[in-house]
Design a protein around this ligand. Structure first.
Ligand SMILES: [Zn+2]
Length: 190
């Protein structure tokens, strides 16, 4: 076994999430070094709050890393990871999208934004319906590899996903599987 956590839809997705979480950890460690703050100190918690309250001043990896280190005062979960009904988590989940998203060299413009959103949805998946999260989770590995679907491609995928039941949406591991299941069905017939 390769230690892939069971909560992700596929090994491919789990690997990509792991890779991005490693990038978050590295970005956070760099910020601590830069600020001369010790990990685990009260100063680190204070820095986390400064970052999540001013996301536009930081790269999204730093913002997400800060959120990972904070607890929600209302529901007790990691901040933004609480149940969809938790308004405080919802507030900070929405606020995180104000962070900086700088495209890597050699990728289509907007790739970084797409990665950022898909990663956030995958890690806060309880906030989204099965139909809403499946598209983000299936496309994330391709985004990290440097691709960016065109609007017609994204719309075509969405149309196929709409032909699946919520249970199927949570079960599929590839877009090919979505195509196979959707084949010959009318939208909303399930
Ligand atoms: Zn909460």
């Amino acid at each position: 076994m390769d230690g892939i956590r069971p909560e992700w839809r596929s090994t491919t997705l789990a690997r990509v999430i792991d890779r991005l979480e490693t990038e978050l950890a590295r970005a956070w460690a760099d910020l601590l070094t830069d600020q001369r703050i010790a990990a685990g100190s009260p100063d680190e918690t204070a820095l986390c709050w400064l970052v999540v309250e001013d996301p536009a001043a930081h790269d999204w990896r730093v913002v997400d890393a800060a959120l990972d280190r904070l607890s929600c005062a209302d529901c007790g979960h990691i901040l933004t990871r609480g149940p969809a009904a938790c308004e405080r988590c919802g507030f900070h989940h929405n606020m995180r999208f104000g962070a900086r998203e700088v495209d890597r060299a050699g990728v289509p413009p907007g790739n970084e934004h797409a990665i950022r959103v898909a990663f956030a949805v995958a890690r806060a998946r309880a906030r989204y319906s099965p139909r809403a999260r499946v598209g983000y989770e299936l496309v994330l590995p391709a985004l990290v590899a440097g691709a960016l679907p065109t609007t017609p491609q994204a719309q075509a995928a969405k149309a196929l996903i709409n032909k699946l039941t919520p249970e199927e949406c949570d079960r599929v591991t590839t877009l090919t599987e979505v195509e196979r299941l959707a084949h010959g069905r009318r939208a909303g017939s399930r």
